[in-house]
Design a protein around this ligand. Sequence first.
Ligand code: AMP
Length: 349
Amino acid sequence: MERTIFERIIACEIPATIEYEDADIIAIRDIAPAAPVHVLIIPKRVITSVDALAESDTDLVGRVFLVARDLARKYGIAENGYRVVTNCNADGGQTVFHLHFHLLGGEPLGRMNSASMSHVPAVASTALVRSTTLRDIVIVLAVTIGLAIGFNAMNPKAIAWIKPEFERQTATQTDIDKYLAPSTPAPSQPKEVIQQTPAQEQSATPLTTNAKPTAGASALPSPQPLADASTKVAPEQTFTSEPGVVREITYDMFVRLYQGSKNYLIDARGADKFAQGHINGAVNYYGGEVQSRIPDLLANVPRDRVILIYCDGGECELSHHVADVLKQFGYGPVFIYTGGWAEWTSKRK
Ligand code: AMP
């Protein structure tokens, strides 16, 4: 059976905000909170749902509730009140089949049969959910609007008002210098670049892009490959300084960051174009499908990197789509190389 997202979080393969952990239980922030406080309390051992509990799990489940109590006190919601629920199987609304308990609070949650409840517990049977005709209409409308928003969010040409867009700025040299290792050479002139021999091109690699060069990769030509690996340490970087900004960069700026920063290079074009050729070290996250690849992104894109993104060049819609998603998940400096693949290849002619 395929491992659930929670098993991968417990194994530290996927990042999560951990609120509590001991040998048997972990509590993490819910990625899509349904209330101001929304924490998932998860027994580490794989138990698919309440229905799979055994007598011997009595102590474990009891401890889950004590963790919920302590967390509620920690968040200051104990006095006003909160809810601890678990969804069981399809009709219970369970989507992740690894037993977990939702701790919800921080606002009045309404009654258990409220139409606004997004986490109806297993014990909330039809007796508790008696819908009126009006409520049915509201639910149908809400689902329709939700689907429309979801579809829009996945569309690279989405309507901006419901797609988070971060401020686009043109980067300055100062923005670039912040993230460069002290020894990074000045940008190469395009003319010099064109004159590099294949052997020199081979020797040039980005500082710390973690992807391996692949077939179709176009290496960066550099007149002076950086010094040996022990000196390739980018300065300490502050990733909290620009929460809402995505910066656009020129070819020269891109070359400097690519060579001299601790970076992660993303090619936002489609897989077919990527296979035909891409910049050495790039990893392919197609902008048009990036929403569906969020778990993969979170698992594989290191948080301590300067993010460099390119696509075909021009409007850079695909790159901006990937950038917006990364910024939503709190990634650090994000730069878009606006010349993209078109300029990159023309510089190399
Ligand atoms: P349920 O629908 O009761 O199975 O609850 C599953 C919960 O897991 C939902 O509230 C999701 O928002 C949450 N969830 C899914 N993926 C993640 C993740 N990577 N990190 C944190 N919470 C997640």
